[in-house]
Design a protein around this ligand. Sequence first.
Ligand code: HEM
Length: 222
Amino acid sequence: MPPRFNIANVLLSPDGETFFRGFRSKIHAKGSLVCTGEGDENGVFVVVDGRLRVYLVGEEREISLFYLTSGDMFCMHSGCLVEATERTEVRFADIRTFEQKLQTCPSMAWGLIAILGRALTSCMRTIEDLMFHDIKQRIAGFFIDHANTTGRQTQGGVIVSVDFTVEEIANLIGSSRQTTSTALNSLIKEGYISRQGRGHYTIPNLVRLKAAADGDRDDDDD
Ligand code: HEM
């Protein structure tokens, strides 16, 4: 497998020096739509700073697929909606300009492969969750993902910082805010997760939580 793609490495290389020439800088306020899912100017953007949510909407509900942060790139023609969840700066190029840029800086293709891989993983995870997992399993899976990526092992368990509101978690796991809140509180009551304060949680026993994510809750009566 190639080393994990980092746009900074490309931009600091001789190829990268001229890469952003021809890109337009755009600032998106929190809550604004970067991409509406149809009729947008086609192109590719790179996130410079901030955070974007990629999601799909139906008549009554929506589902978040994944988030883009600094260094990630994405296109305007995927059919997904993209919303700024905080003030976000992107550099945008129309599709023709981006195509030419790819020819002069082929290592940028790693960025495209990386985001396509993440999008695919996230969509497969979403399908698996919706088809096979109940709400508690989905929440357990969400916390395990965070433990694996940003968790810090301590004597009392794995400390996890979660930069998402309950509503955002609900949209990621394909449930409502109320159901997610009730199921999360229940996992807390059952000792799988403990809440330390806003956005800070401890997982006292990761193996037990993993079993819960697999549907094997020891105190399961629902
Ligand atoms: C993060 C980057 C990208 C993502 C997630 C992405 C995603 C997609 C998706 C989902 C489609 C199917 C759309 C549909 O059938 O409605 C598509 C089509 C296409 N994409 Fe991309 N794309 C990306 C980057 C690019 C780039 C960089 C180029 C060219 C330089 C490109 C060129 C095309 C073309 C030519 C099509 C076919 C359009 C058509 O059938 O009319 N894409 N892409």
